[in-house]
Design a binder for this molecule. Structure first.
Ligand SMILES: Nc1ncnc2c1ncn2[C@@H]1O[C@H](COP(=O)(O)OP(=O)(O)O)[C@@H](O)[C@H]1O
Ligand code: PXP
Length: 398
């Protein structure tokens, strides 16, 4: 009687099924708790040890562990493909980025966009907010005072020069710039965006120019002789290398934010300040409206764009990137132009065609400049490739 019952029980009670249910439950629990990193295989190993006397449980356990490891490394692989892994405190390359832009309470523009993008891509920008507004559309709030601006910038310049001196004399006793005291403080880049007043642009510009002078930064590093020796095709390539157009150890990307589509959102005399800045900025990134203001030329066709770019380059800037031009005869596209002088002072100009979305997106210019800065620092090389990479990220589908 007992034997028969036992047999019946054995047939109906599928122990394997129960174990599978149990495994499924444990896995779901761990995945639900996001505990799928290193601890899980070890925990699972201990959970399955009691079942080891069943050979197929051993098999299942090993299978699960293997699957898990594949899954784990696959996640890491995907993560590596998508993001740049950095320790935020790891500033070994000594780069210093100063981002001087607006700050808004609501929405995405200025430093809200710029510093987010830079940090996400592994940089550690130093951040100065020129204004604190409610939003890009409601300029309610406050502008930084001239004194505060001067104080902060002067302090920064002092720190940079102090770090230089202390690294020259090997004296590292006290320094405010913790990450830079032992590194190359020549690797400085400035990114400037929204500035409301003439004084604000002027103070920032003077500080950058002054620092450049004190650090004896040479503007151009192109070696004529080397370029002449290279054959024609390669010569063209060399002309496109960003390191041959600007000094990558110290440069200023100036986005002359003044307005768009005929609307001005800064003081009227800011245009004068930016015109002065075109003498000193390495890269200027105006949109069509800003290019018109800076060159005092109405843009109707490509000739006008090229003439205006030439005019700004003549002032002293090294690269002009006109981020968007819209022609009346082509409503479905925007055009980006990049212009610079080659070694023989001949104007080189390229254009990129961008499919236009029929929406007014906020902060695109700020996204563009921060990505541009990041790609210049990380990738260097051919300027057209750098811009293509930036535009690939900017691209949005209709
Ligand atoms: N309507 C749009 N459709 C597609 N891309 C856009 C659009 N507006 C902006 N962009 C992208 O953003 C970049 C910068 O935009 P732009 O409007 O020139 O900047 P700003 O904010 O300085 O006016 C462009 O080069 C383009 O890649
Ligand atoms: C406060 C503020 N208003 C307006 C703008 C202009 O935005 P956009 O360049 O996208 O037209 C900006 C861009 O930095 C900004 O910071």
């Amino acid at each position: 009687m007992r034997k028969r019952y036992k047999k019946k029980f054995k047939k109906s009670f599928r122990f394997g099924d129960l174990i599978f249910l149990y495994l499924f439950f444990i896995f779901s629990l761990f995945f639900y708790l996001n505990l799928y990193y290193f601890t899980l295989p070890i925990i699972l190993l201990f959970i399955f040890i009691p079942f080891y006397f069943y050979y197929y449980f051993i098999f299942i356990t090993i299978l699960f562990l293997l699957l898990f490891y594949f899954y784990y490394y696959f996640i890491i692989f995907l993560h590596d493909m998508t993001y740049i892994h950095v320790n935020p405190m790891d500033n070994k390359n000594g780069e210093i980025i100063v981002s001087i832009q607006s700050q808004v309470f609501d929405g995405f523009c200025g430093n809200n966009v710029g510093t987010f993008v830079l940090r996400r891509r592994g940089h550690i920008p130093k951040i100065l907010n020129t204004v604190q507004y409610y939003s890009k559309y409601k300029h309610i709030g406050a502008e930084i005072s001239n004194d505060t601006l001067k104080n902060i910038i002067n302090e920064f310049c002092k720190d940079i020069l102090f770090a230089d001196n202390s690294s020259n004399t090997n004296n590292h006793t006290t320094t405010v710039i913790t990450a830079t005291s032992t590194t190359n403080t020549n690797q400085i880049s400035f990114l400037t965006g929204y500035m409301k007043t003439y004084d604000c642009v002027d103070i920032v510009m003077n500080a950058i120019v002054e620092l450049k002078k004190k650090k004896k930064i040479e503007n151009i590093i192109t070696n004529n002789e080397n370029i002449e020796k290279i054959q024609n095709k390669e010569k063209e390539q060399v002309e496109l290398l960003i390191e041959n157009i600007i000094n990558l150890n110290y440069f200023w990307i100036c986005d002359p934010v003044m307005g768009d589509n005929g609307r001005v959102y800064v003081d009227s005399d800011v245009v004068k300040a930016y015109t002065k800045a075109t003498t000193y900025a390495d890269i200027i990134t105006p949109n069509q409206f800003e290019l018109e203001l800076l060159s005092n030329t109405k843009i109707n066709n490509e000739k006008d764009v090229i003439k205006s770019i030439d005019q700004l380059l003549n002032n002293g800037s090294k690269i002009i990137i006109v981020t968007s031009v819209r022609y009346s005869f082509d409503a479905s596209n925007l055009y980006l132009y990049v212009g610079f002088y080659n070694n023989n002072k001949k104007l080189i100009c390229f254009k990129f065609k961008i499919p236009r979305c029929d929406i007014d997106i906020c902060g695109t210019g700020d996204l563009f400049t921060s990505l541009l800065l990041s790609f210049i620092l990380k990738q260097k090389g051919n300027i057209l490739k750098i811009i293509s990479k930036v535009l690939n990220i900017m691209q949005v589908s209709n």
